[in-house]
Design a protein around this ligand. Sequence first.
Ligand SMILES: *Cc1c(COP(=O)(O)O)cnc(C)c1O
Length: 458
Amino acid sequence: MPSFMEPFRIKAVEPIPFPNEEERRAALVGAGYNLFKVAARVVTIDLLTDSGTAAMSAEQWAAALAGDESYAGARSFERFESVVRELTGFPEVLPVHQGRAAERILLPRILRPGDISASNTHFDSTRASVESAGARALDLPVSTHGGTPAPFGGDIDVDALAGVLAGPDGKRVRCVVVTITNNANGGQPVSVRNVADARTLCDRHGIPLLLDASRFAENAYLITQRDPEYAEMTPREVARVVFDLADGCWASLKKDGLANIGGMIAVRDTELALRCREQLIAVEGFPTYGGLAGRDLAALAQGLCEVVEPDYLRYRAEMARWFGEQLELAGLPVLQPTGCHAVYVDAASLLDHIPPHRLPATAFANELYLVGGVRVTELGTLVFGRRDPGGGPDIPAPRELVRFALPRRVYTASHLEYVVDVAEEVRAKAGQLRGYQIVDQGGALRQFTAALKPEMTS
Ligand SMILES: *Cc1c(COP(=O)(O)O)cnc(C)c1O
């Protein structure tokens, strides 16, 4: 029995597809063995991402219906603005259509060619924005290899940051970005202490501290669970403590906005906001809608209130914890401790007969689909590996992970029990799985476009 209960009942339902084995195989072959290219209509349980996949509440749908579609000064914007101000304390609020639009607008107003942006980890779209401004994205995550699992594995390595700031490149560092939670690092939270330490360093060097706050509520909840100092505070209060330490933030509201589209920039600096608004008008739209419909802003305002509710966040974290436990009981190597938005499985230790350049994480992910129509994401050498300039095998990623992302309020415990059964079946035949070869590298982000083929001999 699961140790938690969904804190909602279901009002609108959507049937899920049950393709048979032959249909699944045909879909995977047709997709060049790349799950991003498999149609959703042949996926039974879709754990590809937690982005834009949330189920909206009745209150959100009601707010959406009442949304104000006026071009300028819509009521829906006023509500969105006041909710974001109250939540973050940042007076300047700009809506955008999704997270990367926020990054494209904000980061080039701060970074100049040759500058450095230092972070616990830049999300891939963040890195792209930093680099397109001609700057360098420097990742300084705390080391999580070996030893006991760290409660705040998402932290930035403060000593390394201090070292960079004091070193020859110190003057080039133009901002520090703390991504909460740290998706690339197993979805682990960042502690208040860590953000405060980063703040101190930023003050000493006169540079801004920015938050990529896409999962700010999940980060805040995990702080209440893992740091006794904040155990008595609500997630909303803890979120505010973290926002108060920063100069501004942006967020993909496709995550903790509990809606299917949206993003925001929120900052303290009026002059910076002014420059961002000019760019916002050029690329997104008038500053009171920023590429969104009034109904989207209305649903987001409501979503941002619901996402900090303790019952919701407790369920979210407990679901991930229980799901991770069940996968472990089924013999899968799960990254611990689990966070909120996903559970990560280490494919390298499960498929140790497949070398990294033969994509063990992809082999595991594809088999989950073949066995049970379950779709997950590979976060291994296909995504993070590099082509060897000398034409040899790909330079491996540091880890071969498979991410089971958890869409918000979409799947119930019984759906996840099914996923555990499928994963167990794959584990039972792990030794027989074969690796993959990349036959077409695709574009810059090859995980979305690459075509693969299974190896004939292992
Ligand atoms: C999703 C995400 C982004 C990019 O946002 P989009 O809405 O997908 O454009 C940026 N940072 C983090 C941490 C994210 O999770």
